[in-house]
Write a protein that binds this ligand. Structure first.
Ligand code: ADE
Ligand code: ZN
Length: 336
């Protein structure tokens, strides 16, 4: 078996995936027509041309605009079901999925419509092909903490479906400290916490996420290498960093994949794994991220195995389930 086959055949967990970021251009056109929504593109070619981003902010503008085609529960179901089928294709057996309720409630869409559509599709995938999942609700950090409290109140009615809370959107100028009280309340209500930090923003934001928001994982975290003390803490405490290589290149954090710091992070024994972030916008789902990164950084079989094993170690699965999947990876890697 080649390294490429190992990547494709191995079971994987995906831990950093925005469900709104799986909206493919084709599906955007279908939903725009179905819901009679105007979109600023005439055809797929125009969309693909627009997906030429200069930074996180330039991406978010298009991302929020595109999400406007999502109106009914069926739309959220179809969006999520399409991603579940990608999981099947890529051998993703466990997915921890972000959704951004404020992107929808601010347009007058009910919270229930959003969460029910997503949840029902994931339950169907669980039943039909044993995909396990957790749903994580993200607060939009460009909005006030007060808005976050409102959405958290609505989430309490869906505690059975939502496992944790996260923090996403425009990082620069919106530090984790802005949401300290909100995250405390989320924890008091038994939500686990994660946060995007150190994607474009400074290492200080990673410190804040750890110390003020008590996060169990850092999303991205790639800026941590600028701070030796931080690297020491992250590796000593095995705090997972959900790295998204194709995203980082598309949003120009690195000029090209060959310059990505994932290998350096592995060398420093950081708890990293690969994820796709917003695959419909960034050029590929999980296997594509792994394959392109392996080629660009010349990752060894051992390094790929570490990334795959880390995806389960860093998940919110039970210790027993983690062990089962990790044993499977070990079995497959022996055949290489
Ligand atoms: N929302 C969707 N994708 C994101 C990213 N990569 N960073 C911050 N917010 C996001
Ligand atoms: Zn993200």
């Amino acid at each position: 078996m080649s390294l490429l086959e190992f990547i494709k055949k191995s079971p994987k967990a995906e831990l950093h995936l925005h469900i709104e970021g799986t909206l493919e251009p084709e599906q955007m056109f279908v939903l725009a027509k179905r819901n009679n929504i105007q979109i600023p593109f005439k055809n797929i070619n125009e969309v693909k041309k627009a997906y030429n981003f200069s930074n996180l902010e330039s991406f978010l503008k298009i991302y929020y605009e595109s999400a406007k085609v999502l109106i009914k529960e069926q739309d959220f179901f179809d969006l999520t079901w399409a991603y579940a089928l990608k999981c099947k294709e890529d051998n993703i057996v466990h997915a921890e999925i972000f959704f951004d309720p404020q992107t929808h409630t601010d347009r007058g869409i009910d919270f229930d419509i959003v969460i029910n559509g997503i949840y029902k599709a994931l339950k169907k995938a669980e039943k039909e092909f044993s995909l396990s999942f957790k749903i994580i609700m993200c607060f939009l950090r460009h909005l006030d903490e007060k808005e976050g409290f409102k959405i958290l109140d609505q989430a309490l009615a869906h505690k059975d479906k939502i496992y944790g809370v996260g923090l996403d959107s425009s990082e620069t100028g919106n530090p984790p400290s802005k949401f300290e009280k909100l995250f405390r309340k989320a924890e008091e209500n038994n939500f686990i916490t994660v946060a995007h930090a150190g994607e474009e923003g400074p290492p200080e934001y990673i410190w804040e996420a750890l110390n003020l928001l008590n996060v169990k994982r850092i999303d991205h975290g790639i800026q941590c290498l600028k701070d030796e003390k931080l690297v020491e803490k992250l590796s000593k405490n095995k705090i997972p960093l959900t790295v998204c290589p194709l995203s980082n290149v598309k949003l120009r954090v690195f000029n090209k994949l060959e310059e990505h710091n994932l290998k350096k992070m592995l060398d420093k024994k950081l708890m990293v794994m690969v994820n796709s972030d917003d695959p419909a916008y960034f050029g590929g789902y999980l296997n594509q991220n792994l394959i392109e990164t392996q080629l660009a950084l010349n990752l060894s079989q051992d390094e790929i195995k570490t990334l795959l094993v880390n995806s389960f170690k860093s998940s919110f699965l039970s210790e027993e389930r983690k062990k089962e999947w990790i044993n499977k990876i070990c079995e497959i890697s022996k055949k290489l």
